[in-house]
Design a protein around this ligand. Structure first.
Ligand code: ACO
Length: 376
């Protein structure tokens, strides 16, 4: 056995949930190419697909969607915790992680029930916290709105239009699952010990929040704001690359061609802006993207650095009115259904994940009481 840093290339599971092909630029989710399903399905259909391995009939979809809606309200203790977190200005993703742990208060200790409660309450947690953090009272969930529309409604108090709802829905669908990424692996490891679903999701949120995983879209937006004008794009990006810095929203550990999720979000943005007069920022961002790709080929020839999902995530979430502090928590809202599906898949294996390590320390320690040890 040899040590493989980061477990790169190690196959840690068999799954029928998603397939990522970095050379072909292909993402399959539960049998469907991403382009085929992401902009057509509702988020509720996507949940059903990942959890039941087939799309629901019309009647099943209605029953499933209504069942989810009944779980949207938070326990009182969760709101109390969020108020306390807001008074200490905790980050949104940390508040989400802490509040998700409180869902044990309403757990039925049953995966199917906890899965619905987790998915239904996460948007309420984020929206409730966002409002409290901004000195506004929370808005109760809207029983008539879909998952995506209700999330936007609880954040702003305004019912989103169809274009905004479709954009948010497509975003959530696009990021539901992506092979054995770090947070999904975390959820699987936790479930493999026969621990509960809520613990798995709390752990996965903790893994997602790191800047090497779910934290990139905020910096993409910051970069666009820093560049300000199309004329600044070339000198700004060139200076970054000359400085040895990385351009946010470009490159990917697996994709060596354009990230298929970037294509899907690009399509969603085209629809969103079709009838809007404020597409200036979007057009500007496209100019920045083209300039970045040209410069990356100049500075890193042959590395095949292309646009990744985070570039268009930043544009899409910004365009539906979300603050950058909400980007990673919104990623968590979408990815939760993948985390749950993987946890349920792991559950059926009932096999603890327990790799090995190579000891690199010494072995000749001899005990001395503390008063005989040298001060360090
Ligand atoms: N800007 C400039 N140079 C880059 C970039 C970039 N965005 N990405 C990679 N490179 C360089 C590397 O420094 C390396 O240079 P070298 O060969 O001279 O040493 C070369 O390109 C090859 O890098 P890879 O091995 O292909 O990239 P790696 O797997 O190490 O990193 C990563 C992938 C972390 C995504 C990287 O591309 C990056 O940091 N991108 C910017 C941050 C970002 O957008 N993250 C979100 C990714 S999507 C997601 O995680 C959901």
């Amino acid at each position: 056995m040899s040590y493989i840093p980061g477990l790169k290339g190690v196959i840690a599971a068999e799954t029928n949930l998603s397939s990522v092909d970095g050379e072909a630029g292909e993402l399959i989710i539960a049998g469907y190419p991403l382009e085929e399903i992401a902009s057509h399905a509702t988020f509720e259909e996507m949940i059903y697909l990942l959890w039941h391995h087939s799309l629901p009939s019309h009647a099943d979809l209605n029953a499933f969607s209504e069942a989810l809606k009944t779980h949207r309200t938070l326990p009182n203790a969760t709101v109390v915790l969020l108020r306390e977190a807001a008074s200490q200005n905790v980050s949104v993703i940390d508040a989400l992680r802490m509040a998700t742990a409180t869902l044990s208060l309403i757990s039925d200790h049953d995966d199917a029930s906890d899965a619905k409660k987790l998915v239904a309450t996460l948007p309420t947690i984020v929206a409730t916290y966002w409002r409290l953090k901004n000195h506004q009272e929370p808005i109760a969930p809207h029983a008539k709105l879909s998952h995506a529309a209700n999330y936007l409604y609880m954040l702003t108090g305004q019912e989103p239009d169809d274009a905004q709802t479709h954009a948010m829905n497509t975003y959530l669908n696009t990021i539901t699952d992506h092979g054995m990424n770090a947070s999904t692996f975390t959820a699987r490891v936790i479930t493999s010990t026969r621990s509960d679903l809520i613990s798995a999701i709390v752990g996965a949120i903790g893994a997602l929040k790191g800047p090497l995983h779910g934290g990139a879209p905020g910096p993409v937006l910051q970069m666009l704001h820093d560049i300000q004008t199309p004329e600044n794009a070339e000198p700004y990006l060139r200076a970054k690359l000359e400085n040895g810095e990385r351009l946010m929203g470009f490159g990917h550990a697996i994709y060596k061609v354009r990230d298929p999720r970037a294509n899907v979000l690009y399509g969603a943005l085209e629809s969103l802006f079709a009838n809007r007069s404020d597409r200036e920022f979007y057009t500007f961002a496209q100019h920045v993207e083209k300039t970045a790709i040209t410069l990356l080929e100049e500075f890193k020839p042959g590395r095949r650095l292309q646009t990744n999902v985070e570039f268009y995530t930043a544009l899409l979430l910004h365009s539906v009115g979300l603050h950058p502090d909400l980007f990673t928590p919104t990623f968590a809202i979408g990815r939760t259904i993948g985390w749950i599906a993987h946890s349920l898949e792991q559950r059926t294996l009932d096999r603890i994940i327990r790799p090995e390590s190579i000891y690199t320390g010494h072995k000749n320690g001899q005990w001395k009481p503390s008063h005989e040890r040298c001060a360090s």
